[in-house]
Design a binder for this molecule. Structure first.
Ligand code: GLN
Length: 251
């Protein structure tokens, strides 16, 4: 912790929010890093002090985690992180159950579930925080996606995955697909919600175009840490431009 920046009364800020990015070295495709950057900037706009930390295979796990984000990856990247992720399963589960806000995209969404059986038949064990399972198919689901959600309005992004995910008991979908495919080619759902976890197949990256999700993560983190969230005045002009552009994209 940087001295003098830890509490709500710290000079120049409402307090520190620590964002941990899981496995950016191996799990970070289609711009997923942008999710961490958006959180960093919006935390600032809301008047808090962001600390952005990276966690890669073999690193000591950071303390005092307020928000966790993790990106997508190729099947090969998922194989690289699988053992380390298993070793972190208990602490991640504890954080999740305690209500830590988390955003997991595509490859890490799959591995926060029970397992991912790849297209070639190998099984990558997940950590089972989300009661979901994923089966690889020969069909790749690629394209722009529009999702109708009750919590975050219309969510926009881009998908590219071979794994198809089905949700089990206790997990609800993030929303219903209005364009694109989402979790799988049969039930019309995209993503998953459990406790304060938002899981999604959407890259692009997701948060620049969907600031409502970023603010959910920040609000939840601030409420947990400081007892309340005092919003600032984020500049949403670029988010609106990006949404506008994305909404007009053909499939
Ligand atoms: N490798 C996984 C799949 O193809 C995840 C891909 C991704 O993260 N975009 O389903």
């Amino acid at each position: 912790e940087i001295p003098g920046t830890a509490g709500p009364s710290a000079a120049g800020g409402k307090g520190v929010l620590r964002v941990v990015q899981l496995y950016p070295r191996d799990m970070n495709i289609y711009g997923d890093w942008g999710n961490a950057l958006v959180l960093q900037q919006r935390i600032r706009w809301h008047g808090y002090t962001p600390e952005l930390l990276e966690y890669n295979v073999g690193d000591p796990f950071p303390d005092d985690v307020d928000i966790i984000v993790g990106g997508g990856g190729q099947d090969s990247g998922q194989l690289v992180i699988q053992d380390d992720l298993q070793a972190r399963a208990d602490s991640l589960k504890e954080l999740a159950e305690a209500g830590t806000p988390m955003l997991v995209i595509c490859g890490l969404y799959q591995l926060f579930g029970r397992f991912f059986k790849t297209r070639t038949g190998s099984v990558i064990e997940g950590i089972g925080i989300l009661n979901v399972e994923t089966h690889g198919t020969d069909e790749r689901l690629i394209g722009n996606v529009k999702v109708t959600t009750s919590e975050f309005g219309e969510v926009l992004g881009y998908e590219n995955h071979s794994g198809q995910t089905t949700l089990g008991d206790g997990v609800r979908p993030l929303g219903t697909v209005a364009k694109g495919t989402g979790n799988n080619s049969s039930d019309g759902h995209e993503g998953a919600r459990y406790r304060n976890i938002v899981a999604s197949y959407l890259h692009g990256s997701l948060l620049p175009k969907n600031p409502a999700i970023a603010d959910f993560l920040i609000r939840t983190a601030a409420e947990r840490k400081f007892g309340a969230f005092e919003p600032g005045l984020p500049d949403d002009r670029y988010a609106e431009l990006a949404r506008d552009h994305a909404a007009r994209r053909p499939r």
